[in-house]
Design a protein around this ligand. Structure first.
Ligand code: ATP
Ligand code: MG
Length: 637
């Protein structure tokens, strides 16, 4: 077979992927453990790709013996394609290189050894499905939902599963954790009874398999000799344990990451793992990359200045390689709506001057922050894509249930709205059939039939009596006022308090209503307001089925943008309460600094995505109230 000489290869490598001295060292130190700890845009991912290609080409390492772990499956695909391209068509065998996310790789292993047990259809994909399990578990244990927000419980459970606390070491902190732990066990039992599993199980069950069946672990230790992991700062303890187990025999683990970009603490990511790498791998070589090849000098230095204020971090040296002068631009639109309009207009102008849609990304802290931009872009002719897991803001439960009041005011026979109204009143859905029967029998509307419902609990009856008289007059008010009537006079406030932030741990129900009010202010009457909403709900639906345009503006949360780069980046909602998020500010008031530091890392990640243009927006109003520019921006404004 054909073995090109090393000289030729290194020429080719250097030719196709140019590397600086530090990068080259990381690429060519093939054996033993290696950590590349370096700032954003310094070529960590590039090094990992070049390294894999180099190992196959120059060292004739079998691709089958390598495992390359990335943060998303898309990144995995792209990296593999790149490696295949570098190695040329003659290296068909490169296709056998195993790449994927931790979840996809360990799930593959798990289902291979326990066939039939972990079948796709049995995977619990959606949060609401998990919620139903945890709800049932709660009911069976006699826990009160009101004192027990299930979304928070689920988050805690997931956190435990990812941080791998063995039973014997588990010491619940306080009453709440003790109860959640109870709930956890019951949740697992219910899931198990129905042969279902969640995402966390993909890792946990594989971990248990390795522990219980050492010969299986041994098999993989013998098959894989080289491990390459990107975005190592976001590894969580269970993933770390597994990669340690697998690489224990060969000792060839190469990890690249940036502790300043660790942004998944809520999933158990722990930046101390990357910072303590030397403890577990005392012989590891550590390489620092000091040149940023992505962004202009002012962007690099501003981002560095901001992140330097974090206390728990490794101080890294980083300077821009390119001397481009474009600096970050901060601006203050009036509110979320004006912000969206300004961003869309700015992009339009740039496109008229030759830019194309794929040169832009719009990043936000939470999906809720992306709503206005989505709406404005949808009304424009600019092609754009929004990350997949997005559902319409107007389909959030609290929002939907509030809108039901308005719909029933305009159309007292709206049966979908009637069903939402029942759920807002904590009345069983089976009552909907009674309602329909009553309306036929008495020849009246569904709203009128509400007053004739029987078999209600006293508190439900009281609520109904309180709200029925309001329906007919609700439509006389502008939508923003109508929302207030629904909240105060029709008692929706209570519902929000009780249901809290169900199914959406990051945005409180009361905040969603504030967001809804911002939209409502733009409309004079309920009909046009509801029409707009239905139009936008349909738009989200349609987009899901549409083929995604290749050249498009990208809309995504900052979390999703990790590892990516764009010519121009807009950061939406850089105000206190949004970035840093309210919950981090609450933690700070309780004396906890860690969540705030994670929020600062989020801003750092967002800023360092930009190659040329970086635009940071700090609206003066947020959710109808005066907002302060993000405290993180103080060093620069
Ligand atoms: P992040 O921390 O955001 O994941 P990273 O450290 O992984 O960033 P890369 O994405 O690998 O950085 O590289 C950033 C950009 O710089 C890419 O466009 C890459 O192609 C380019 N780059 C990296 N090293 C060099 C180099 N030696 N010469 C030219 N361009 C380079
Ligand atoms: Mg990278």
């Amino acid at each position: 077979s054909y073995h090109p000489s090393n000289e030729l290869l290194s020429h080719k490598l250097i030719g196709e992927i140019s590397l600086n001295t530090d990068q080259e060292r990381a690429v060519t130190a093939v054996h033993g453990s290696l950590l590349v700890l370096a700032g954003a845009g310094s070529g960590k991912t590039r090094v990992l790709t070049a390294r894999a290609a180099h190992m196959i080409q120059t060292h004739q390492i079998e691709p089958e013996s390598m495992m390359l772990v990335t943060f998303t499956s898309k990144a995995a695909r792209e990296m593999k394609d790149r490696i295949i391209m570098i190695n040329g068509l003659s290296s068909n065998k490169t296709k056998r290189l195993l790449t994927g996310t931790f979840h996809s790789i360990f799930y593959k292993i798990l289902s291979f050894h326990q066939p039939g047990k972990w079948q796709g259809p049995n995977l619990i994909k959606w949060d609401w499905q998990k919620e139903q399990y945890v709800k049932q578990a709660g009911k069976e244990l006699g826990l009160d939902e009101k004192e027990f927000p299930y979304d928070q419980a689920l988050q805690q459970i997931s956190f435990w599963k990812n941080t791998l606390l063995p039973e014997e070491k588990f010491v619940p902190k306080g009453d709440w954790e003790e109860k959640v732990h109870f709930l956890y066990r019951h949740y697992e039992k219910l899931k198990h009874e129905r042969d279902q599993f969640d995402f966390d199980d993909m890792l946990l069950k594989c971990y248990e398999l390795f522990k219980q069946e050492p010969h299986i672990l041994k098999k993989y230790q013998e098959r894989f000799h080289y491990f390459l992991v990107d975005e190592f700062q976001d590894i969580n303890p269970i993933q770390y344990e597994m990669i340690k187990m697998l690489s224990a025999k060969s000792g060839n683990l190469c990890a690249v990451g940036d502790d300043d970009q660790s942004i998944y603490a809520f999933r158990g990511s722990d930046p101390s793992i990357i910072l303590n790498f030397k403890k577990d791998f005392p012989n590891a070589e550590i390489v620092h990359l000091k040149k940023n090849y992505r962004s202009s000098h002012p962007i690099v230095s501003t981002a560095k200045q901001i992140i330097s204020l974090n206390k728990h971090r490794y101080q890294k040296e980083i300077t821009a390689h390119y001397e481009r002068k474009e600096g970050p631009v901060v601006f203050s639109p009036y509110d979320e709506e004006v912000e969206a309009t300004m961003i869309v207009n700015d992009m339009k102008e740039k496109m008229e001057n030759g830019a194309s849609p794929e040169d832009f990304a719009i990043l936000y802290r939470t999906h809720a922050n992306g709503r206005a931009v989505f709406e404005r872009l949808h009304q424009s002719s600019i092609p754009f894509v929004m990350e997949q897991d997005h559902s319409s803001f107007y389909d959030r439960r609290i929002v939907k249930n509030l809108l039901a009041f308005m719909r029933l005011s305009l159309n007292p026979d709206h049966s979908e709205a009637a069903s939402h109204l029942l759920s807002a009143l904590f009345i069983k859905q089976s009552a909907l059939n009674d309602l329909k029967a009553l309306s036929i029998f008495h020849d009246c509307t569904l709203v009128e039939a509400l007053g004739k419902l029987s078999n209600l609990l006293p508190f439900q009856q009281k609520k109904l009596n309180q709200i029925i008289p309001h329906f007919s007059k609700l439509q006389r008010y502008p939508p923003a006022t109508a929302i207030e009537i629904i909240e105060k006079d029709m008692g929706f406030d209570d519902y929000v308090k009780k249901r809290g932030n169900e199914g959406n741990a990051i945005e409180k129900g009361s905040d969603e209503i504030k967001d809804l009010k911002v939209v409502a202010k733009k409309f004079d009457d309920l009909a046009s307001f509801l029409e707009h909403i239905d139009h936008m709900r349909a738009a989200v639906q349609e987009r899901r089925n549409l083929e995604k345009p290749k050249k498009a503006v990208q809309l995504m949360t900052i979390h999703r943008a990790k590892g990516l780069e764009f010519k121009n980046v807009y950061i939406v909602g850089a105000v206190d309460g949004s970035l840093p998020h309210d919950f981090a500010l609450e933690s700070l008031r309780k004396g906890e600094n860690a969540p705030l530091e994670e929020e600062r890392r989020l801003l750092y990640v967002a800023m360092t995505r930009a190659k040329h243009g970086l635009y940071v927006s700090m609206p003066t109003m947020r959710r109808g109230r005066k907002a302060n520019p993000s405290r993180f921006l103080r060093p620069i404004i």
